[in-house]
Design a protein around this ligand. Structure first.
Ligand SMILES: *Cc1c(COP(=O)(O)O)cnc(C)c1O
Length: 454
């Protein structure tokens, strides 16, 4: 039999997270206070996050211990498998060796519980009773609902209104795990009310939902806020993916030349790529790490490196990020988890220093890739995950064309079982590609009235 599935035992679940900041030649700049434009001090984040997570956010330690109770809960589904994609290779007719790490076996169906569980745990340790958050496609909201349920914390999720209407099953999954789900923009917050006053039919956006969740958390002492991507500590929690994958590739007796992952705010990309990138930074290895973003939301390939807000209303600190502007509302593509205007500070700094790469893909190419993958390997990928598959196909074709087959590893960051309506649109020929024109990008950039990152 072919060795398709490379597994690890439960006691091989990593004991520490990897903090890439320790090895970065140029450290990410600190966020700025939105009013004074001075670097913020960690205590300014205290109304929003528990102390332990703030310390992780600013830590320069290379390794951070994973609490035992968190590792124990991870063992519900971790370690996740790495597969050698023999069937997919055959379908492509490639000479490349393709592997994928499959994060879709988690309770919520994506990589998101890898950070939801530690975030809920640290909140619990500090006596927090209630956590607010936002969700776009519903993956993050469901992961946090599950984690909060486990630790007995109330969870309140502001769900982008268009997703709330289009993805009722994601909402019901969150309800099953005990969360209160509110369509955003809502009348429950000042931020929501001000958006609704301007546009009563606003479909919402991640940026708006973040504003609402942050406002609610800032108002009450027993309530904190949780973010599913972008921030340093979230990216670090996800490195459990790459640390496992590293051992699995060793077991397979292979070393990836190219590591690929879809990119929303950067967490699953960081999760898979950073442990490999560490060998580039510390040993001079040359593994290519490629982020895959949608052509309709191309902050990495066509955005600018500026300080910008993480939300729409302008309540968060200014983060040094590749951005298309915090008011940018991407077209409603089906990969809802990738519709975010900016990228986390750490990934942005790495891109700026050309230590990682990025590619933008139109959604028809992604769905096509997703169907080839589902037809060969059998797993139906989330629309977000198809972006990584699309880049893997591009890279395999290029390597074959050049006559130099490569070893490719990508992150299959979630399954698409709640996204069948998106596949229906694709099969009905109703998926359209939204590529921003050069003028549109220029207009967006001209509107960003924010300081450059120096
Ligand atoms: C949230 C999500 C993403 C994008 O977010 P990142 O922070 O960039 O990982 C991608 N895929 C899936 C399945 C998601 O749930």
């Amino acid at each position: 039999m072919k060795e398709r599935k490379i597994t690890l035992s439960e006691d091989e679940i990593p004991e520490r997270w990897y903090n890439i900041v320790a090895d970065m030649p140029n450290k990410p700049r600190l966020p700025l206070h939105p009013g004074t434009k001075e670097p913020i001090s960690p205590d300014m984040l205290a109304p929003l996050f528990p102390e332990a997570l703030i310390q992780q956010e600013v830590s320069t330690d290379r390794w951070i211990d994973i609490p035992d109770e968190v590792r124990d809960l991870f063992s519900l589904w971790r370690p996740t498998p790495v597969y050698r994609a023999y069937e997919f290779e055959k379908a492509l007719g490639t000479s490349c060796r393709i592997y994928y790490k499959y994060e879709g076996i988690s309770p919520a169906g994506s990589h998101k519980p890898n950070t939801a569980i530690p975030q809920a745990w640290y909140n619990k340790q500090e006596g927090i009773r209630r956590v607010t958050t936002e969700t776009g496609a519903g993956q993050w909201g469901s992961a946090l609902s599950f984690a909060c349920r486990h630790f007995g914390i109330d969870c309140e999720v502001y769900m982008v209104k268009i997703s709330y209407l289009q993805k009722p099953y994601r909402k019901l999954l969150m309800n099953t795990w005990g969360a209160k789900v509110i369509a955003s923009p809502s009348t429950e917050t000042e931020a929501g009310r001000s958006i609704l006053a301007q546009d009563p039919n606003s479909p919402g956006s991640l940026g708006i939902a973040i504003s609402e969740a942050v406002e609610q958390a800032a108002k009450r002492d027993d309530t904190k806020y949780a973010l599913g991507s972008v921030l340093n500590h979230v990216l670090m929690h996800q490195t459990i993916i790459g640390l496992e994958a590293e051992r699995q590739m060793e077991k397979a007796g292979d070393v990836p030349d190219i590591v690929i992952a879809p990119f929303g705010g950067g967490s699953n990309f960081a999760g898979l790529a950073f442990p490999f990138l560490r060998h580039n930074l510390t040993e001079g290895k040359k593994i290519r790490c490629i982020a895959a973003e949608p052509a309709s939301c191309p902050k990495l390939t066509r955005g600018v490196f500026r300080y910008d807000f993480g939300d729409s209303v302008g309540m968060t600190p200014l983060i040094p990020m590749y951005t298309l502007g915090h008011n940018f509302v991407p077209d409603p593509i089906h990969a809802g988890g990738l519709r975010y205007h900016g990228a986390g500070a750490v990934v942005s700094q790495l891109l700026h220093n050309q230590l990682i790469e990025a590619q933008a893909l139109p959604q028809t190419e992604c769905f096509q890739a997703g169907v080839i993958f589902a037809s060969s390997e059998g797993i139906l990928p989330a629309p977000e995950a198809t972006h990584g598959i699309g880049v893997a196909i591009r890279e395999a074709r290029e390597a074959d064309f050049a006559g130099t087959p490569k070893t490719i590893l990508f992150n299959l960051c979630g399954h698409g079982h709640f996204d069948m309506a998106a596949y229906q649109s694709y099969f009905d020929g109703q998926i359209v590609d939204h590529e921003l024109s050069a003028e549109e990008v220029q207009t967006l950039i001209d509107q960003i009235n924010m300081p450059e990152v120096v």
